[in-house]
Design a protein around this ligand. Structure first.
Ligand SMILES: NC(=O)c1ccc[n+]([C@@H]2O[C@H](COP(=O)([O-])OP(=O)(O)OC[C@H]3O[C@@H](n4cnc5c(N)ncnc54)[C@H](OP(=O)(O)O)[C@@H]3O)[C@@H](O)[C@H]2O)c1
Length: 343
């Protein structure tokens, strides 16, 4: 039997990204076979098409995308306790089960260097996948991978006070920031959210942001965070802007507060005022997606808090449109995760 999959075939470019027919895989020992229902996109997937991660992109041909959800349709030898028909999400870093990631686990990232989720069927080790709560649609469930687990871990570093209603700052309207906003609100934090667009700021408010700042109109938005917090600063800043934002994040963070360093959309090399960090005992913590155990913790939380709905862009693509969906990412006209329906 054959199935369809997208793969970057013989050149690292959108010309090389093709839908092809390949044999349907069979689950090996310890694996389940998933009939993929939906996938979702991250900017990483767009960069991967052009081999944007160097040798960490892997080799051709490569099935792109890290995020997706599928229905269990067959069990490999030795798998028990998994129901046929249940939906599972393959964890982004396949071989990172728990604890310290160590230097080598990122060689097991889905969507480069390992084959990813953009296919009608895929096998995953059952130990590297988690069941998703029933209340999510397939499209919503498909978003709960790279960006969601990153936001989850960025917030896990909140000081204890923030979990009881402290202040969290999120930056912009990418996937990590939207998850951070929604998860922080769900946990009772006050959220101050930034964006370059007033229209997007309105949508951030609709998602629960308590206060918003247009960082294009207010480049010194760190001062504005201080003004909104009686000069104290935020308990936690989810830092995605890198060189463009780290200086303001350092201002916006309270004494003993935390900056969770997640991204570098505004550049990787920054000049920083170090005394601002050590004099006020601010903490900077690197966040790098998460382990299977982290995914399991997040799923347990979501199961226990069934109101949670990820922000999805209005336009859901079909499987044939995956290349078009990926090429829409840099245009930045979407709001929320872009999902692609497979079956
Ligand atoms: N460490 C990890 O494990 C991990 C995991 C996932 C992603 N990342 C990284 O996290 C970053 C965000 O990724 P993503 O996929 O969530 O989103 P994305 O699509 O890469 O982010 C795009 C958004 O960033 C915002 N932005 C750009 N410059 C900004 C600035 N100076 N200040 C505030 N916001 C700014 C813009 O928001 P507005 O349009 O609203 O202005 C834009 O829509 C990337 O650098 C990505 O590589 C890291």
């Amino acid at each position: 039997m054959t199935m369809k999959q997208w793969q970057i075939t013989d050149e690292w470019s959108f010309d090389g990204l093709k839908m092809v027919d390949v044999p349907r895989p069979e689950p090996g020992p310890g694996e389940v076979l998933l009939k993929m229902k939906a996938v979702s996109l991250n900017y990483r997937d767009y960069l991967m098409i052009g081999r944007g991660y160097g040798r960490m992109s892997g080799d051709l041909p490569l099935v792109p995308l890290s995020d997706g959800v599928g229905e269990v349709v067959a069990l490999g030898e030795g798998v028990d306790g998994v129901a046929i028909g249940s939906r599972r999400l393959p964890c982004f870093i396949r071989d990172w089960y728990s604890g310290d990631s160590g230097p080598s686990v990122f060689a097991s990232a889905l969507g480069g260097p390992l084959d990813g989720t953009a296919r009608e069927y895929m096998c995953t080790p059952v130990a590297s996948s988690v069941q998703v709560p029933d209340y999510f649609s397939d499209e919503a469930a498909a978003t709960l991978c790279c960006a969601a687990i990153t936001a989850w871990n960025a917030l896990a570093e909140m000081p204890a006070t923030a979990k009881d209603g402290g202040t969290v700052v999120t930056q912009g309207t990418g996937g990590v920031s939207l998850f951070a906003l929604q998860l922080a609100k769900a946990r009772g934090a006050r959220v101050i959210a930034t964006s370059s667009s007033d229209a997007k700021l309105e949508r951030l408010k609709a998602l629960g942001a308590d206060e918003t700042i247009n960082y294009s109109e207010t480049p010194e938005w760190g001062k504005e965070v201080l003004a909104l917090t009686d000069g104290v600063g935020a308990d936690l800043v989810v830092e995605i802007g890198g060189a463009d934002t780290i200086g303001q994040s350092m201002r916006a963070t309270r004494s003993d507060g935390t900056m969770s360093l997640v991204g570098n959309v505004g550049g990787s090399i920054a000049e920083v005022n170090l005394p601002l960090v050590f004099m006020f005992r601010k903490r900077m913590i690197g966040i790098s997606t998460g382990s299977v155990a982290d995914f399991q913790d997040m799923m347990t939380y979501l199961e226990d808090n069934p109101g949670f709905q990820p922000a999805l862009d209005d336009h859901i693509y079909d499987f044939d449109g995956l290349s078009t969906a990926l090429q829409a990412l840099p245009k930045g006209q979407h709001f929320g995760k872009i999902a692609v329906r497979i079956s």
